[in-house]
Design a protein around this ligand. Structure first.
Ligand code: ATP
Ligand code: MG
Length: 444
C-alpha cells in the first residue's frame, strides 16, 4: 500500500481533547473518528488492528471447543422482563420502540438472548456441555463515556456462554475459559492478571476480571507481585490441570477494589510483595449457576428421568477496548514510537524510500521490495511522499509497523538498512529480512 493513497489522516500534534495516550495516538494517526459521545467510526488503520485482535480472540475460543454464533444487536424487552433485568439494568440500557410500539433494546449483553436460544433448542443432558460465543457490538449508555474507545457507549465485545449439567461440570467450563483468556492476552503480548471480582448486575458468586496494569486504568487493584511471575504456558486441557491452573493463580492475593479487604491483604501478602495500582479491565468471566435458566425455564432431562435447570456462566472480552489497552502497554509516548505486536500490527513493515523530485530510483526499489514481500504474505506500507526523511520516520514510528526498511543512497547492491522499530539498524539482504519476519509470524 502506498501511504499517499491510504486513508491515514495523520495529525502533526496530539489532539487536545485526548487525555490518555491510547486516545491521543488513535486520533493522531486516524484510527478512529468520533461520531458522537462514546460512539466512533473505525478508519482503515484502526479497523485493521481491531480485526486482527478479533481473529486471535476467535482462534482461542475455537481452540477450547466454543462454537461461534451471531446474535442480533437489537433484542426484545420480553426476555429481559422474564429474567427481571429489564427494570434492574437502569439507564445504561438503550430502550427503543418499534413502529408497533413494541419495547426493544440495544443489547448491553446477551445472557437472556442466549438462554432463550438454548431453552427452545436443547432438552437433554446428552447435548452438554455447550460453549457458545459471538463477537458483536454492544451498547451501554455509560454516564461518563471517556478515553476514546476505552469507555465507549457502543463497543465491540466477545461474549461467550457455557451450559452444563452440574456445578462441577460448570467449573470445568469456567476454568477452560480462565486458561484460554490467559493465552489470548499472552498472544497479544499483554500481561493480564486474573483478579477475584464482584459479579455485579450479572449475578452469581464466582468471577474474575482480567486486568492489565496501566496508570490510566479505571480499576483499582491490590495484588501480590509474585503473580506476575507465573507462566500460563500450561496447555493441558485435562480436568485436574485446569483446576490446578486456576488454583495456582488464586494462591496469590489479587483483587479489585470491590473485594479489597485491607486486613486480609496485609495479613497474607508480605510488605515487599504488595502492589496497589491501577489497571484496565480487558476481560471478565462469571459463574452464575441457574440464575437465568431458572427465571427463564431453561432445563434439561437428566439420566434418571429428572429435570434440572442448566448451569450457566458468561465470559466477556472487550475487543475494541483491547486496541486501546495494547497502545497503553506498548506506546512510548516520550519518543513517539508505537510498538504493535506483529500479530495485530496494521502493517508488518514500513518501506521508507528517500525520494526527491529528480530521482525516483529509491521508490522504484521500494516497489520491487514490496512485490517480493507480498509474495511472502508480508504486508508493507510504502511512504511514497516527498517529505523529508525525519518526518517520514516520525510518521512511520507513530503508525507502528514493527519493522522498517530505509531505502536511500546506501542501499546499492543486495543489502538494505533494516530495523526493528525503535532499535538499531542492521544491513541485511532481502532474503534474510523475509526470513526474520516469517519466523516471527510463526511464533505468533
Ligand atoms: P467496566 O467495569 O469497565 O464498566 P463491566 O464490568 O461493566 O466493565 P463487562 O460486562 O464485564 O464489563 O464486559 C466485558 C468486557 O467488555 C469488559 O471486560 C471490558 O473489556 C469491555 N467493556 C465493558 N464496558 C465497556 C465500554 N463501555 N467500552 C469499551 N469496552 C467495554
Ligand atoms: Mg466487569
Amino acid at each position: 500500500m502506498l501511504l499517499s493513497k491510504s486513508f491515514v489522516p495523520i495529525l502533526k500534534n496530539n489532539p487536545s481533547e485526548a487525555k490518555i495516550k491510547s486516545h491521543q495516538l488513535m486520533l493522531r494517526v486516524g484510527m478512529i473518528k468520533q461520531a458522537s459521545a462514546g460512539i466512533y467510526s473505525w478508519l482503515p488503520l484502526g479497523f485493521k488492528v481491531m480485526k486482527k485482535i478479533e481473529d486471535i480472540v476467535r482462534q482461542e475460543q475455537n481452540k477450547i471447543g466454543a462454537q461461534e454464533i451471531l446474535m442480533p444487536t437489537i433484542q426484545s424487552s420480553d426476555i429481559w422482563k422474564e429474567s427481571g433485568r429489564y427494570e434492574d439494568y437502569g439507564e445504561e440500557m438503550l430502550r427503543i420502540k418499534d413502529r408497533q410500539n413494541r419495547e426493544m433494546l440495544y443489547g448491553p449483553t446477551n445472557e437472556e438472548q442466549i438462554t432463550e436460544i438454548f431453552r427452545s433448542s436443547l432438552k437433554s443432558y446428552k447435548s452438554l456441555p455447550q460453549l457458545l460465543y459471538h463477537i458483536q457490538w454492544k451498547f451501554r449508555d455509560e454516564i461518563r463515556p471517556r478515553f476514546g474507545i476505552m469507555r465507549g457507549r457502543e463497543f465491540y465485545m466477545k461474549d461467550a456462554y457455557s451450559f452444563d449439567v452440574s456445578d462441577e461440570q460448570a467449573f470445568y467450563s469456567y476454568n477452560k475459559f480462565f486458561l484460554s483468556y490467559l493465552r489470548t492476552f499472552k498472544r497479544l503480548e499483554l500481561t493480564a492478571i486474573p483478579m477475584a471480582a464482584d459479579t455485579g448486575p450479572i449475578g452469581g458468586n464466582l468471577s474474575h476480571e482480567f486486568v492489565i496494569l496501566a496508570d490510566t486504568g479505571e480499576s483499582k487493584i491490590f495484588t501480590d507481585k509474585r503473580i506476575f511471575d507465573l507462566n500460563s504456558n500450561d496447555t493441558e486441557l485435562e480436568k485436574n490441570s485446569l483446576q490446578l491452573m486456576r488454583k495456582k493463580y488464586e494462591n496469590y492475593y489479587s483483587v479489585t477494589d470491590e473485594k479489597f479487604n485491607k486486613e486480609e491483604f496485609e495479613k497474607v501478602v508480605s510488605e515487599k510483595n504488595r502492589l496497589i495500582t491501577k489497571g484496565i479491565e480487558v476481560g471478565h468471566i462469571f459463574y452464575f449457576g441457574d440464575k437465568y435458566s431458572k427465571a427463564m425455564g431453561a432445563s434439561v432431562d437428566l439420566p434418571g428421568g429428572k429435570k434440572d435447570f442448566v448451569k450457566m456462566g458468561s465470559y466477556g472480552i472487550g475487543v475494541s477496548r483491547l486496541v486501546g489497552a495494547i497502545i497503553e502497554a506498548k506506546y512510548d509516548d516520550k519518543n513517539e514510537i508505537m510498538k504493535w505486536p506483529l500479530s495485530v500490527a496494521p502493517y508488518d513493515i514500513a518501506l521508507i524510500p528517500m525520494i526527491n523530485k529528480n530521482d525516483t530510483s529509491a521508490l522504484d526499489k521500494a516497489i520491487t521490495i514490496y512485490n517480493e514481500l507480498s509474495k511472502n504474505n508480508i504486508d508493507a506500507l510504502i511512504d511514497d511522499t516527498e517529505e523529508n526523511f525525519s518526518s517520514k520516520i516520525k510518521k512511520m514510528n507513530l503508525i507502528g509497523a514493527p519493522y522498517q526498511i530505509i531505502i536511500g543512497k546506501k542501499s546499492d547492491g543486495d543489502l538494505f538498512e533494516f530495523k526493528e522499530i525503535g532499535k538499531e539498524t542492521k544491513n541485511l539482504s532481502l532474503i534474510k529480512i523475509v526470513e526474520i519476519i516469517k519466523k516471527q509470524k510463526i511464533l505468533n
